[in-house]
Ligand binder design. Structure first.
Ligand SMILES: NC(=O)c1ccc[n+]([C@@H]2O[C@H](COP(=O)([O-])OP(=O)(O)OC[C@H]3O[C@@H](n4cnc5c(N)ncnc54)[C@H](OP(=O)(O)O)[C@@H]3O)[C@@H](O)[C@H]2O)c1
Length: 356
């Protein structure tokens, strides 16, 4: 199952709205088939592994990181494919909460006389599929918030200089993290100030995540990198329903997809931003700031994982804080996250925290 989990992770960021599943087929102690969900979400992991196994699948055990599907979508149900291939035992890490499956895949297997074992490496599988589960159950994607900052939590000097606070290895790791998400998101302030491309670079010809910009009035530079490349790599603009219709048409003509969102006060409602992104099919979103958008997501308790890259540089109180005002008055009212991992990355450290 550990191997199936690591195979499944190869698909992360490339399979939405489908989950990134891994499957290993074992016969007489030998691996005869390995598969993972292919880019775009199809074929699923099981038919890929069964195809490799061929006749050796008869009487074999299949290890799958998520309950095999039971519904006729664009492909026939994987539970039936396992039965038809003659698999005698299926080991499943965790059940699928999608209403179209939710135990029905297990029922198909058991009814056909297949021995089913549940819950092997379940916590790891649930962590890997959390974005898929959140979208299925709450309609929103999993949100990772990444911030690269100085030792004292600043993302720029008082004059706005921010490149580069962290070193090349940390920046490379950010690109690897982008590749494991369906979309990379920034606020309008960052889009206006930094002219980012938000692409994955340095890893060859990889499938690029979509780029998401959040801007209520759509007052984003029309000659920006995002605007110029929107026809090549998807750009999604979350905007207010009151945004200028001419600007909406302009961004559509540039190739962007527009997602109208509700408002909360003077800003876009962070809950609705994520519901719209979930509705668009995203299961994992990587937010890279800036401070205002990060604050609004944290305040709404919508950040599932924090990834910090901290450099050994001290900028001081005049610098730009990595998270904007939250209105927190007591420690009890502040969001707390549990430490997941810490590792040195070149001259910097990377620390990951999950929602408590
Ligand atoms: N070192 C780093 O890791 C890093 C990363 C990112 C950014 N930065 C720096 O951070 C600065 C930009 O940060 P920022 O805080 O000014 O801007 P931001 O968070 O990138 O964007 C804020 C803007 O997003 C739009 N918005 C819409 N709905 C929102 C909501 N619910 N909550 C918050 N914003 C919403 C608003 O613009 P509209 O008026 O268009 O609606 C708002 O002004 C830049 O200087 C950039 O260089 C550094």
């Amino acid at each position: 199952m550990s191997l199936a989990l690591s195979l499944g992770r190869r698909g992360m960021g490339r399979t939405a709205p489908n989950p990134a599943v891994g499957c290993v087929v074992v016969k007489d102690g030998r691996i005869v088939g390995r598969g993972w969900t292919q880019p775009g979400g199809r074929p699923h992991a099981e038919p890929v592994a069964l195809g490799q196994a061929g006749d050796a699948a008869r009487g074999a055990t299949a290890y799958v990181t998520l309950e095999p599907c039971a519904h006729h979508g664009q492909t026939p149900p994987c539970a039936n494919a396992l039965v038809d291939a003659g698999i005698s035992r299926v080991v499943i890490a965790t059940q699928d909460s999608d209403a179209r499956v939710d135990g029905a895949g297990i029922a198909i297997l058991r009814k056909a006389g297949v021995d089913v074992t549940m819950g092997i490496c379940e916590a790891k599988a649930q962590a890997d599929h959390v974005g898929f589960f959140l979208r299925t159950e709450q309609g929103r994607p999993f949100v990772t918030l990444k911030l690269a900052s100085s030792f004292d939590g600043r993302i720029a000097t008082g004059t706005g200089e921010s490149q580069w606070i962290t070193g090349p290895l940390a920046r490379r790791q950010v690109h690897a993290l982008r590749a494991r998400h369906d979309a990379v998101m920034v606020g309008g302030g960052t889009a206006r100030h930094d002219d980012p491309s938000l692409t994955v670079r340095g890893f060859g010809d990889v499938q690029q995540p979509a780029r998401v910009v959040v801007s209520r009035r759509l007052d984003l530079p029309l000659l920006s990198t995002l605007a110029r490349t929107a026809k090549d790599i998807p750009v999604i603009v979350c905007h207010g329903r009151d945004a200028d219709p001419v600007l909406q048409d302009t961004w559509r003509d540039l190739g962007a997809t527009l997602l109208p969102c509700g408002t909360s006060g003077s800003q876009l409602d962070p809950h609705d931003i994520l519901q719209q992104l979930g509705g668009h099919g995203f299961t994992r979103v990587f937010c890279e700031g800036g401070g205002a958008l990060s604050a609004s997501l944290i305040e709404a308790d919508l950040v599932d994982e924090l990834v910090g890259f901290t450099a050994g540089i001290v900028i001081g109180a005049e610098g730009l804080p990595n998270i904007g005002a939250l209105g927190v008055e007591t420690l009890a009212a502040a969001q707390r996250y549990a430490l997941k991992s810490v590792s040195p990355v070149g001259e910097d450290i990377c620390h990951t925290w999950t929602r408590v």
